[in-house]
Design a protein around this ligand. Sequence first.
Ligand SMILES: CC(C)(COP(=O)(O)OP(=O)(O)OC[C@H]1O[C@@H](n2cnc3c(N)ncnc32)[C@H](O)[C@@H]1OP(=O)(O)O)[C@@H](O)C(=O)NCCC(=O)NCCS
Length: 187
Amino acid sequence: MSIQNLHPKIDLHPKVRTVASTQSEKTEIVLPNDTNMLGHLLGGRLMHFIDLTGAMAAYRHSRANVVTAAMDHIDFIRPVRLGDLVTLKSSVNRAFTSSMEVGVKVWAENTRTGEVAHVASAYLVFVALDEQGRVARVPQLQPETPDEVRRYEDALRRREHRERESVRRTAGKLAVAALEAEQDTSS
Ligand SMILES: CC(C)(COP(=O)(O)OP(=O)(O)OC[C@H]1O[C@@H](n2cnc3c(N)ncnc32)[C@H](O)[C@@H]1OP(=O)(O)O)[C@@H](O)C(=O)NCCC(=O)NCCS
């Protein structure tokens, strides 16, 4: 029997979802294989945890396959040490047509002292794909609290910034290609 048969009022594919319904969490213990020579968690390993935790929120929002389109901003505020517990929390900040901006915040806990510190934050963009791998529409997000509204508005500004940067990078690549072509023909 499906969930919908058990609870006829639950809509598994609503057109609008809340931020709370996307919230996700993951905790890892930092092992020797995760660290550098100083016994600090490797940045790449932390980015992997961030990617996974971000994807969880995007899955919960879209209920579809998702791919990471961008990890556009990450601050490593302080090192995470061997033996620490790392907790990551994510939620969707805003949904657009097929893409979702997800915020991930990371804390490290010293297992001996119990001290907990904010160590990193990141924004990622995930894109939903259908079963054929085509870009798919996602539900809209309804922010409810003042913090959620602030993040929702900031997400639009970051999207506009990302788009401007993408245009700037493309123009830069075209200019370099044109210069190289000119040098090839003159040599
Ligand atoms: C992400 C991907 C599906 C987008 O495909 P595309 O052909 O550019 O699709 P579109 O141009 O229709 O854009 C679809 C959405 O993706 C967003 N998008 C595409 N590239 C993006 C980027 N670099 N950063 C942020 N958003 C991006 C678009 O803004 C659009 O969002 P919207 O529908 O909400 O407006 C495609 O680039 C891809 O498959 N990339 C590889 C993903 C991957 O393998 N990730 C893991 C790598 S570690």
